[in-house]
Design a binder for this molecule. Structure first.
Ligand SMILES: [Zn+2]
Length: 466
């Protein structure tokens, strides 16, 4: 804990020093001094994060260790690797940037790209969506003449992500406990403040040509939020996709995120996939990890993703019309073998629940108490007192033994809701969570499910008497 405070203290000191130093310098000298100071801060932050034992084996932490370097993916298309990739399309009449990476990685990505393109001259910055790992570099890269292109919904997405920053930070730190304790709110590393100069509406695109290269910025919502845009380069049939597909291709899409953002629209996503299929891309360049260049893999993957999403959507609608509960449908709906896709990021059962709640919202037409602010946990104590916590715990234990850890967790929620420090119940909860974690790893290996179960395990272990 004190290490975290030290880190924040050091960060604050460096930023203050940095700003004091650069006050009064020319605009460009000021910017390069800011970037230098930021480079120092981020080195300290990365060291701290990667040395945290919680980061071991976490998919999210692996991204921090990706080396930052510039590589030319095809003639004139440059990528700076990192947690999120930053791209530059080089032309004789000015260069176009697509996605700008995390603020803390700007110094290294900028150095790599400027070394690769010595006469770099940015005319446009296109931001795929409002998440911090894509827009973090805008403030450092832009100057007065740079056009900033976003989806028309970018402003609204950025607004709610800014206003709910503490809530999101708390959730993220729960899932990624190696993250700094406090939200960075100072100066250029603070989230937000990006003001687009050109916006693109759904179903439309913004096209321009310069230096003989054609650019088409397309609004394709439904994937990573309502403000998703992609860049299509028709001459080379290359699609810069941002987070449209997530970190893997192909995979079952993440139309729900555990971080707790606004619900994502399933049919918009299907329509957006249709628009991409119609383009016939021969290279996909996502803003995380590596490009995909196998034409057959691209087309088969796109069609499978669209058909799988459509399948889950239609099966959920059918079940809702048949009067089935959301839980029944979460258990019943699985992808047929010909549409099987990895579920390491998005999970079919969570998509079912999201699609249900997207159409029907939170009232499941089941319990009267759903309509009021008194939760079932308010009577757990009464249940325990009327029964016997030892018998409830024993029953939970026999559910774990019988391979039904979720029934065990329901019972243990009651016992632990009434008696948070009940050691036998905590021990059984640990076993139930371990059993769920084992199943999660051996089935879909969904990273968010694993983050969550690990969090609950840490919490349970911390409550157990030593
Ligand atoms: Zn991202």
């Amino acid at each position: 804990m004190s290490k975290i405070l030290k880190w924040i203290g050091l960060g604050l000191l460096l930023i203050t020093l940095g700003f004091a130093l650069i006050f009064g310098l020319s605009k460009s000298a000021r910017k390069s001094a800011q970037i230098k100071a930021l480079g120092k801060i981020s080195d300290v932050a990365v060291k701290r994060m990667t040395s945290n034992p919680e980061a071991k084996g976490s998919v999210a932490a692996d991204f921090i260790n990706i080396p930052i370097e510039a590589r030319e993916l095809s003639k004139g298309l440059w990528q700076a690797t990192g947690v999120a990739n930053a791209h530059i399309v080089q032309t004789d009449a000015g260069d176009v940037m697509f996605d700008t990476g995390l603020a803390t990685q700007v110094p290294k990505q900028m150095k790599a790209l400027k070394a690769a393109i010595p006469d770099l001259d940015l005319s446009h910055i296109i931001v795929s969506h409002s998440h911090a790992d894509h827009q973090g570099g805008v403030k450092f890269w832009k100057d007065d003449k740079t056009e900033i292109i976003t989806h028309v919904e970018f402003g609204e997405e950025q607004r709610y992500l800014t206003e709910l920053q503490d809530y999101f930070w708390g959730r993220n730190r729960t899932l990624f406990p190696f993250m700094p304790e406090k939200v960075p709110t100072i100066g250029l590393i603070a989230y937000g403040g990006v003001e687009p100069t050109i916006t693109v509406h759904n179903g439309q695109s913004y096209s321009f040509s310069q230096g003989g290269v054609d650019f088409e910025v397309m609004a394709l919502p439904g994937a990573e939020g309502a403000d998703n845009i992609v860049l299509w380069l028709p001459q080379s049939k290359t699609l810069l996709s941002g987070d449209f597909f997530g970190p893997l291709f192909p995979q079952f899409p993440n139309i729900f995120t555990m971080r707790g953002e606004k619900i994502r629209k399933p049919v918009e996503y299907i329509n957006s996939l249709d628009a991409i299929i119609a383009l016939g891309p021969e290279m996909i360049v996502p803003s995380h990890k590596d490009p995909v260049t196998d034409k057959t893999l691209i087309m088969d993957g796109l069609i499978k993703m669209r058909d799988a999403t459509r399948y889950v959507h239609d099966a959920t609608i059918k079940g809702m019309n048949a009067g089935k509960t959301v839980e029944t449908l979460m258990q019943e709906i699985t992808l047929p073998p010909e549409l099987a896709l990895p579920q390491e990021h998005g999970k079919v059962s969570w998509a079912v629940k999201s699609i249900w709640e997207y159409y029907a919202t939170w009232f499941h037409f089941d319990k009267t108490t759903e309509l009021y602010g008194v939760p079932v946990s308010s009577v757990y104590k009464d249940i325990v007192e009327a029964g016997d916590e030892l018998r409830l715990t024993e029953k939970a234990g026999s559910y774990v033994d019988a391979g039904e850890p979720l029934k065990a967790l329901h019972l243990l929620d009651i016992v632990l809701g009434a008696q948070p420090n009940n050691a036998p119940a905590l021990s059984v909860r640990k076993l139930a969570l371990e059993s769920l974690l084992k199943t999660a790893k051996s089935t879909h290996n969904n990273s968010y499910e694993i983050y969550w179960l690990n969090y609950r395990l840490r919490e349970t272990e911390a409550s157990l008497p030593q």
